[in-house]
Design a protein around this ligand. Structure first.
Ligand SMILES: C[S@@+](CC[C@H](N)C(=O)[O-])C[C@H]1O[C@@H](n2cnc3c(N)ncnc32)[C@H](O)[C@@H]1O
Length: 347
């Protein structure tokens, strides 16, 4: 993924970090330990749980035209947004990581790279796209897609406590401060000197006067989420199903992983109990399902779906069509999981 888009790295900030000490005396060491434990507990309590989905990149391979592939990626982006998904992991079935999955400027990119590009493009507020996404043949049909209309996709006349912006080359002539295009009639000054072309989240404060010289604060992209807002999804690539878990960007990894399939267990949504989690992952396979992804994964040799996931579920029993397509299964399943997830988060 290009430098300009790298800002959406998962914020490790919300993760607990112990303060190192050089004091090795017994009492103070114990006191420090207690203090550390207390801090860790408080931080864990404040941590906002996340829900990720993993989707097989191969779903793009089976689409005959660029326009239809774009529409398919758009459907996944809308499903993720409707259900407030925090992370979308696009995975391949490769035994070793390759270079061909990163988003680059060649027209001939892999299905995964294409999928990631469209997902990231749609997640980016419209006013930032020109600055953050160079023209690319694979974005030729994105204009046909319905917008995500997410809370961070604010319009020019709308005021929000946070706005996504891009840092500009041009500096404020008086203070030398970095200017940020936040999609308003005027650029705003921020409290940090940052290199141009970076996507940032800006706390807009209470001063609505855009002529004011008061710098606005650049905050972590997780800040709006900590205040209960849905602030889009991150996108990540995994070369196979096991690296979806192993390379998890959240500290501590996913603590509950759900696989979906017509071969899974049938449990009524109202009876499903998801244990308390910090980072939940729900996986969706391609044409041949998650079972093929497990079979083709060297590090899952001899394992079946029951071993690879905490639970393997059929979220649409008694289907009338012989197959439910991945994009359909994502919508059906995320609706199915909505109530069990809310119950867990409220308990
Ligand atoms: C075309 S299906 C793959 C078919 C395959 N026999 C299966 O379900 O494992 C593509 C994906 O849609 C999802 N899916 C399809 N039917 C489902 C069902 N009844 N319940 C949950 N997920 C389903 C799964 O993630 C599956 O990997």
């Amino acid at each position: 993924m290009g430098k300009k888009n790298k800002r959406r790295e998962i914020d490790a900030e919300s993760e607990a970090e112990f303060v190192a000490t050089n004091d090795h005396s017994g009492d103070s060491q114990n006191a420090n330990k207690k203090e550390k434990k207390k801090k860790q507990k408080n931080k864990n309590q404040n941590e906002i749980p996340t829900v990720s989905i993993a989707v097989a990149a191969s779903i793009i391979d089976n689409v005959p035209t660029l326009e239809l592939a774009t529409r398919l990626a758009g459907q996944i982006a809308r499903a993720a947004t409707i259900f407030r998904i925090n992370e979308v992991v696009v995975f391949d079935n490769k035994s070793i990581p390759g270079q061909d999955s990163t988003v680059n400027n060649s027209d001939d990119e892999s299905s995964a790279a294409f999928f990631i590009r469209v997902l990231q493009y749609l997640e980016t507020p419209q006013y930032l796209r020109k600055a953050l996404f160079p023209m690319h043949n694979n974005l030729r049909f994105v204009g046909l897609l319905p917008p995500l209309d997410a809370p961070h996709h604010l319009r020019k006349h709308e005021w929000g406590s946070y706005r996504e912006g891009v840092t500009l080359r041009e500096r404020d002539s008086n203070s030398g401060a970095t200017l940020v295009d936040v999609g308003l009639a005027k650029h705003v000054l921020v409290d940090q000197i940052l290199e141009p072309g970076r996507r940032v989240t800006v706390a807009m404060g209470t001063n609505r006067n855009l002529d004011s010289d008061l710098p606005r604060q650049v905050v972590s992209s997780s800040k709006p989420r900590e205040e209960g807002m849905y602030w889009g999804y991150q996108v990540r690539y995994a070369h196979n199903i096991s690296s979806v878990y192993k390379d998890c960007a959240y500290k501590g990894g996913y603590d509950y992983i759900i696989g979906t399939s017509e071969h899974g267990q049938i449990i009524k949504s109202s009876d499903l109990e998801i244990p308390p989690f910090r980072h939940l992952l729900i996986a969706f396979g391609g044409l041949a399902g998650l079972e093929e992804s497990i079979e083709e994964d060297e590090s899952l040799k001899g394992k079946n779906a029951g071993d690879a996931f905490n639970i393997y579920l059929n979220t649409c029993p008694h289907q009338g069509s012989r197959t439910i397509r991945t994009e359909e299964a994502i919508l059906i399943s995320l609706q199915y999981f909505q109530e069990p997830i809310s119950r867990t988060l409220q308990s």
